[in-house]
Structure formats: structure tokens, C-alpha cells
Design a protein around this ligand. Structure first.
Ligand code: MG
Length: 230
């Protein structure tokens, strides 16, 4: 790990970091340990191997004599696929390159465009948060939306202002142009990428939750009055 002139941390290939989704009320939510593959000015590539244990929200039933309710708590979960997560500074998406194992055969099965906050660098890795809408891209670069309905449900529920949801959709539309024109990164042969030899499954560092969070500087522009909610 090194700090640059702006005192921002940069990582070396092979470093293990924490990739955190920061909830809108400023707490680490869903979080993965990941291996740094590339960290330069244009691209951050993180590898999360199949079998990695990560933190995911689960709804847990709370019962007492008077009421039944639910609470969202972070629990350990096992990551089921190999993913290389390509992240571009200042962009509203990351691109996940997925492989699945068929017996011992590792096979590229899809790309996944995940709409999200532009990432920030933290003391322990990288912070962002999910923006619901995704695009699933098959190896032949045919694509389909995922969770377009959920995006509008979130507008109806008051979670996202309508202007912000429209913005997320318009950013996603730009990526569809890249997919259909076979522009980078969809022509860069990431599907052929191989994990480093002798890598170990990364383990979440113990300070993933206590290390200061970095908040997205445009969160009030994006989320408006609802910025205080998760
Ligand atoms: Mg998503």
C-alpha cells in the first residue's frame, strides 16, 4: 500500500482489501474481501474468487411476546462464482466478469454491469453503494436488463428521487451503446483472464467495519431528502 500526492491510498497487486457498500446512513453494509489485481489511474480490478466469505444483509425475524418484526443484519455468506470486478474512477458503474465452474472447468458465463456510486478509496480498500439497476451481458454480448422494475419500485417507494432514477437509467443506456458497438471493456478479452497462480481465498480484514467510511460527495444531489435512509 502507498499514498500518492493527494494522500490517497493506492494498492499493490496481490494486496487483500475490503470492498464495502456504504449505506446511506453511513455504515458499512454488504462487504467483500478481494484481491487487488490492478490499481492504476484508469482502472481498479478486484478479484473475488468462488468460495470467498463475504458479508450480506439478511432479514432476521425478531420475536417477542408483543410483536413480530424483522431486522436486517450482516451475516457471513459464501460467494458462488469467480468474479473480476472492473471499476473506473468517477464512473457510475462497475463491470463484473463472471466465471463458473463446471466440474473443474472454469467457464466465462456473463458480464454484469452494476450501477453504483463512483468508488472512493478508504483506509481498508474501496467504498461504493449499489444503485439497484444492472445489465446482464452474455458471452456473445447479447444483453438484458435486471431490476428495471425494482428501480421504478424504489422511486414509487420514495427511496430514489425520480430524477436520480432517470440519471441511473441514462448512464446505463450509455453502457448499452458500448456493449452493442463492442467498445471497451467488452472487446478487451477479459473473459480470457486467469487468476494469479497460487492465490489464496481472501479473508475479510478485522477492521472492515471500524475503519472510517467514505461518503459519496454527491449523495445529496442524488438522493435528496432521502439521503439519510439506507
Ligand atoms: Mg446491483
Amino acid at each position: 500500500m502507498m499514498k500518492n500526492s493527494q494522500n490517497l491510498i493506492h494498492w499493490n497487486k496481490g494486496d487483500e482489501i475490503a470492498l464495502r457498500y456504504i449505506t446511506r446512513d453511513g455504515h458499512p453494509g454488504m462487504t467483500w474481501p478481494a484481491i487487488v489485481i490492478i490499481d492504476n489511474a484508469d482502472l481498479v480490478a478486484l478479484y473475488i474468487p468462488k468460495g470467498t466469505i463475504y458479508k450480506q444483509f439478511q432479514r432476521v425475524k425478531l420475536e417477542n411476546s408483543n410483536a413480530v418484526g424483522y431486522q436486517r443484519i450482516l451475516k457471513d455468506n459464501e460467494w458462488r462464482r469467480d468474479v473480476l470486478r472492473l471499476m473506473y474512477p468517477g464512473q457510475f458503474f462497475s463491470i463484473w466478469v463472471f466465471w463458473e465452474y463446471n466440474n473443474d472447468n472454469r467457464e466465462h458465463t456473463s458480464y454484469y454491469v452494476n450501477m453504483e456510486e463512483p468508488f472512493r478509496r478508504s483506509e481498508v480498500g474501496f467504498d461504493t453503494n449499489d444503485h439497484t439497476l444492472d445489465i446482464v451481458v452474455k458471452p456473445d454480448l447479447s444483453w438484458h436488463w435486471k431490476d428495471l422494475d425494482e428501480l421504478s419500485d424504489r422511486v414509487d417507494a420514495g427511496v430514489y428521487p425520480v430524477d436520480f432514477a432517470d440519471f441511473v437509467r441514462s448512464e446505463a443506456d450509455k453502457i448499452i451503446v458500448s456493449i452493442e458497438k463492442r467498445l471497451p471493456p467488452f472487446n478487451e478479452k477479459w473473459d480470457k483472464w486467469q487468476p494469479p497462480e497460487n492465490y489464496k481465498i481472501p479473508v475479510l480484514r478485522s477492521d472492515w467495519e471500524s475503519a472510517p467510511v467514505t461518503l459519496w460527495e454527491d449523495r445529496h444531489w442524488a438522493y435528496g431528502d432521502v439521503a439519510r435512509y439506507t
